[in-house]
Structures are given as structure tokens and as C-alpha cells.
Design a protein around this ligand. Structure first.
Ligand code: P6P
Length: 334
């Protein structure tokens, strides 16, 4: 007899979560639904990138001074569009936008959330068909509802995030998001065009055997990092190893793998980039929130990522994230 397992879609799941909070307005469910819609549109384009002239650079440079690929632009417009025309978001910050964009229509001004995005992280991998992703972070506004959102709504400590998540466009397309209640993963079922619950209540294994770092930067890293990486390389069966080094240069793919299997991901500060490469607001904060809710840890090498007080939208930070015991072993390295 077949297994009569009710498949729960993302919309059904978020509505169920809302029902558990009688005074919930449904705005967060609506916002996640909007993000899911934009993710499906980006999925379609990412999956045909090799077939149509959407590869290659859009010929412009983003605020980071990096060449912008056409898919970056498309993804940014999709997420900004659904949120601007939705009823749950008062404004966004994005890797692709120099500054925040506040939505000044009457409905959006009443919305109680703002979002920050990396619309297509790892886009340098688009042309070689490596998994890429979207990362998002959701805050409740601190500014007065009814008026347009302000910069302070976006420059909050990561501990204030209401939700955070990512979409990974890989062998399958998955949407993973966390609220304080837990981390849940949804896989896009193309037969019905819906994200369906496939990874309920994700927990980050307390330890693991995977360490992720760009070894090309090894001699540019501080001694603590070099010592920890060397210790990882020297692990044996007797000391909890041997470890495997896995790093594909696409943060969403690397951190997703380590979240599921256990491991540590590191993008330290280097001589060339003392603040590291990754951005606090729309790369490190969301993943720090997700991994902490799942039982792991995330720091900048000295302090908890979620307690850093941001000062600017595109600021960078060294980033260490992963299994609790591996992070504690790194913290104890000196
Ligand atoms: P590197 C991709 O460009 C990205 O922002 C992250 O997705 C990834 O983890 C990192 O940069 C890779 O950087 O310097 O190792 O190539």
C-alpha cells in the first residue's frame, strides 16, 4: 500500500505556523510566500541560463565594483518586484543596490517588515554551472508604521531578525528558512510548481568532519586560523577525523552542505581584505541566524555575528560558522 503522506507546501506550512499564533496578522507568511514566488521565477532563468543569452556580464558594475551578470540583475528585480507589490514589506536592501530602497506607497508604509537580500550569491559560478543561491534576512521595523522605512530599520543587530533564509539553485531548488521556532527546508516540486516540505526541523550536527576555506588565502590569514586549519588537516581516526576539505566558492552551497552534514565554514580576514569578503547584513547575519537556530554557532572570530551592531549596509565581516563543537574547538585555538 502506498504511503499516504500529505505533502505540505510552503504556503500551507507558513499558514499553519501563523495559526499557532492567534494574533498573527499573516504578514510574515505573506512575505515568505512572495519570496517563494520570486524564487520560482529565478529558478526558471537559472535553469535555462545555458540555453539563452542570459549568461555573461550585464556590462555594469555593482556597488562592490564587481561585474554584474545579467542573472544578478534579473534576480534582484524579481525579489524587489514581488516585495514592492506585496503588502508585507516596507523596503529592501540588496547587494545589487547602492543604497536601501524604501517603498513609499501607502500600503507598503504600513508594512511592518523590511528585507535584505543577496539576490544571486556566487554569481561568478553561473557560467560553470555550479550551485548558486539567494540569501534573505527579515527584520521588524523600528521606525513608525505609516511613514516610509528608514535606514535604522536595516541597521539592526542580527539577533533582531524575525526570519532568515536562502534558496539554493542546485541539483534541486530548495528554499530553507528559519524563524525562532526552527529551520525548515522546502524542495521545489516542479510537477506542481510548489515548494514542498522536505527537510522539517533541520538541526546542525553538533560536530562534523568537513572544513571549508579558500586555501589560496592560507598564508594571508591570522595565525589562529592557520593553526586551526593545520589541526583539521592533522585529524586522525583517533582524534575525531580524518576531516575532508570541501569548498566550492559558492557560500550558499558550502554552508547548506555543512548545515546538513556538519562542518565549519570560514571566510577569515586576510592581509588583502582585513574585514574579509562576505557582507554582514545579507550574507553573514542570515546564515548566522539559521545555523544558531539549528544548534550551531557563528562568529567573526572574536564575537557572535548576531551581536555586531551594523553601521553601513554593505559592510563586510570575517565569518566563521558551523557545528557547535567544531566552532568551540576553533575558538579555543590560540
Ligand atoms: P573566494 C561568491 O562570490 C562569494 O561571495 C561567496 O558565495 C563565496 O563563499 C565567496 O565569495 C568565495 O570567495 O575569494 O573564495 O573566491
Amino acid at each position: 500500500m502506498g504511503i499516504n503522506r500529505k505533502i505540505q507546501t510552503l504556503d500551507e506550512f507558513t499558514i499553519q505556523q501563523m495559526r499557532d499564533f492567534p494574533n498573527a496578522t499573516g504578514e510574515l507568511s505573506g512575505l515568505l510566500r512572495d519570496i517563494g514566488l520570486a524564487a520560482k521565477r529565478v529558478h526558471v532563468e537559472v535553469n535555462k541560463a545555458g540555453l539563452v543569452d542570459i549568461l555573461g556580464d550585464a556590462g555594469t558594475m555593482n556597488v562592490q565594483g564587481e561585474e554584474v551578470k545579467k542573472l544578478d540583475v534579473f534576480a534582484n528585480n524579481q525579489f524587489m518586484g514581488v516585495l514592492q507589490h506585496g503588502i508585507s514589506c516596507a523596503g529592501i536592501g540588496s547587494e545589487e543596490l547602492d543604497d536601501i530602497v524604501v517603498f513609499d506607497d501607502e500600503i507598503s508604509a504600513q508594512s511592518k517588515y523590511v528585507c535584505l537580500f543577496d539576490p544571486l550569491d556566487g554569481s561568478s559560478n553561473i557560467d560553470v554551472n555550479v550551485s548558486i543561491g539567494t540569501i534573505f534576512s527579515v527584520f521588524r521595523r523600528v521606525s513608525e508604521l505609516g511613514k516610509v522605512a528608514t535606514k535604522e530599520d536595516f541597521l539592526q543587530q542580527g539577533i533582531n531578525q524575525v526570519a532568515a533564509g536562502y534558496i539554493i539553485y542546485g541539483s534541486s531548488t530548495m528554499l530553507v528558512y528559519a524563524t525562532r521556532r526552527g529551520v525548515n527546508g522546502f524542495t521545489l516540486d516542479q510537477s506542481i510548481g510548489e515548494f514542498t516540505l522536505s527537510h522539517p526541523d533541520i538541526k546542525c550536527p553538533e560536530t562534523g568532519k568537513i572544513y571549508s576555506i579558500n586555501h589560496g588565502n592560507f598564508f594571508q590569514c591570522e595565525e589562529k586560523v592557520q593553526k586551526y586549519v593545520t589541526a583539521c588537516q592533522n585529524k586522525t581516526k583517533a582524534t575525531g577525523g580524518p576531516y575532508t576539505q570541501r569548498y566550492i566558492g559558492s557560500m550558499v552551497a558550502d554552508v547548506h552542505r555543512n548545515l546538513i552534514k556538519g562542518g565549519i565554514f570560514m571566510y577569515p580576514g586576510t592581509l588583502e581584505k582585513p574585514k574579509g569578503k562576505l557582507r554582514l547584513l545579507y550574507e553573514c547575519n542570515p546564515f548566522a541566524f539559521i545555523v544558531e537556530v539549528a544548534g550551531g554557532k557563528a562568529t567573526n572570530g572574536k564575537e557572535r555575528i548576531l551581536e555586531i551592531q551594523p553601521t553601513e549596509i554593505h559592510q563586510r565581516t570575517p565569518f566563521f560558522v558551523g557545528s557547535k563543537l567544531m566552532m568551540e574547538e576553533f575558538e579555543k585555538t590560540n
